[in-house]
Write a protein that binds this ligand. Structure first.
Ligand SMILES: C[S@@+](CC[C@H](N)C(=O)[O-])C[C@H]1O[C@@H](n2cnc3c(N)ncnc32)[C@H](O)[C@@H]1O
Length: 467
């Protein structure tokens, strides 16, 4: 049985150190030998093992996708965190950043990533700060992604249950507004209110993995007190990748000791380890092909004899997004690409986009897809839709004889991108009509959500599909 930490030999420490570096990017100096020994000792005791060598062999034998690798990582990570840790970041968010964003009358979406969220205090603090800045009855579409490599802390984060002492530094008003006090068996505990929890999606993401399973870009990334565990090349790569995930003028928040002023080329240091993506720097470029308008913005003359309810037909061409709260028909002729239709059946509002990738299947669909989806949803909400009621339909990606294999692939890729985006946005897809051998005339009735499809090149043929 393991009792003393000195039983971890230099060779064993080196073997674990290399494994942990490969798996989690965590860089352990020789000074961390005692720490590693004591953290692994806990796991050895659970498994009733006598030596570190035996445990090492067990971990390696289990393979790198096994639960034991995860258990080992869970033992090794340092998870210290607290509510409103480094409070100047949240002051900046509430007093400067969100009011600046809110000054833009069209902008109503907010995407934030807490990367390395530990037991959840950070993403909950972000959510509370957003609510304090926007007001609890705001009409914004706010989503916070909270991720960590450690599944144990992630489960605690998702549960949102904390000892009352962890709220000690919070004002009475914040406690009352955003927490519920436990009673009975939960005496001495508090729980984050469900409306705050609902703003957050929790996911296991290993930051050093080559590709992150994400289909969105962010206005803010908080990766605080995580980079300190990585070596300089890993830090550089991560800061670069976070920058690529930021929307134009997006912000990166790091921990107090994680100064990356050496990355001055694409991040402007604002002080207090807050960085803003420089204009034209390496973040995801804003596509120029996406234009947006809404019927309310476009003056239309009706014939003098027009009846009270007139369905105006509004074409949406590739790259456009169009939403309306009027009795209109939105029309797209699709011979490649995909249109997403979104509507709120109760409010009778909705819209459609038409996504194409000018660069073909080699182009990342997020570049044009994310703004096209975000604008579609944000505008639908802005003109009266309720986000939680939104429904979607997908149409397009025809595979014409004349299409190259690449063009067919592109259509499928866009469709897959939209599906994943909708899943992350929790908007149910009610129907799909994808593929087929003909270009389509799509007519979407946003008031009811009905889609009418006709083959575009054979106007005499009967409609193949209606729903
Ligand atoms: C000290 S906590 C920071 C928590 C919070 N961000 C804060 O500042 O209060 C560091 C977190 O980074 C996580 N972490 C370490 N390596 C990681 C990796 N490769 N990918 C994702 N998260 C990682 C750990 O599990 C831990 O929960």
């Amino acid at each position: 049985m393991i009792t003393a930490t000195q039983q971890l030999t230099d060779e064993e420490f080196a073997a674990f150190r290399d494994l942990i570096y490969r798996e989690a990017g965590i860089s352990l100096s020789p000074a961390k030998r005692t720490l590693v020994a004591s953290r692994l000792a806990k796991r050895l005791r659970q498994l009733n093992m006598d030596s570190y060598a035996e445990y090492y062999e067990f971990v390696v034998r289990e393979g790198n996708r096994s639960d034991e690798h995860q258990q080992m990582i869970n033992c090794i990570t340092t998870n210290k965190t607290e509510f409103f840790r480094e409070p100047h970041h949240f002051d900046y968010l509430r007093q400067r950043l969100i009011p600046q964003m809110a000054a833009n009358p069209v902008r109503r979406t907010l995407r934030i990533w807490s990367a390395g969220c530990s037991t959840g205090e950070e993403p909950y603090t972000i959510a509370i700060t957003v609510l304090e800045a926007l007001g609890v009855s705001h009409d914004w579409d706010v989503r916070i992604l909270a991720s960590d490599i450690d599944t144990e802390v992630l489960a605690k984060a998702e549960a949102g249950m904390y000892p009352l002492e962890s709220l000690e530094t919070l004002s009475e008003s914040i406690k009352r507004k955003y927490f519920l006090r436990g009673s009975g068996s939960l005496n001495g505990m508090c729980r984050v209110r469900p409306e705050v929890q609902r703003m957050i999606d929790f996911r296991r993401i290993n930051l050093i993995e080559d590709s992150w399973p994400l289909r969105t870009t962010f206005d803010m990334v908080f990766c605080r007190n995580v980079l300190i565990y990585f070596d300089r090349p890993t830090q550089e790569r991560l800061v670069q990748r976070f920058s690529d995930r930021l929307n134009p003028e997006g912000h990166l928040f790091l921990g107090h000791s994680e100064n990356v002023a050496w990355l001055a080329t694409h991040l402007a240091a604002l002080g207090n380890t807050i960085y803003r993506l420089r204009p034209g720097a390496r973040g995801t470029p804003k596509p120029t092909a996406v234009m947006m308008s809404s019927l309310a913005d476009v003056p239309r003359k009706l014939p003098p004899s027009a009846p009270a309810v007139v369905r105006m037909e509004r074409p949406v061409t590739a790259g456009e997004v169009y939403v309306t709260n009027k009795p209109a028909v939105i029309h797209a002729r699709i011979d490649r690409g995909v249109s997403a239709c979104v509507y709120d059946p109760e409010a009778g509002v909705g819209g459609m986009n038409h996504i194409l990738l000018p660069g073909g299947s080699s182009q990342d669909p997020t570049q044009f897809g994310v703004p096209a989806m975000e604008r579609l949803v944000a505008e639908t909400v802005r003109i009266g839709g309720n986000r939680s009621r939104l429904r979607a339909k997908l149409v397009g990606a025809p595979e014409l004889e004349s299409h190259s294999a690449e063009a067919r692939d592109t259509g499928r890729q866009i469709a897959e991108f939209i599906r994943q985006w909708m899943t992350e946005a929790r908007i149910p897809i009610e129907g799909e009509r994808l593929g087929g051998k003909q270009p389509l005339d799509v007519r979407f009735f946003p008031q009811t959500g009905r889609v009418r499809l006709e083959p575009a090149t054979m106007p005499d043929q009967a409609a193949p599909n209606q729903d």
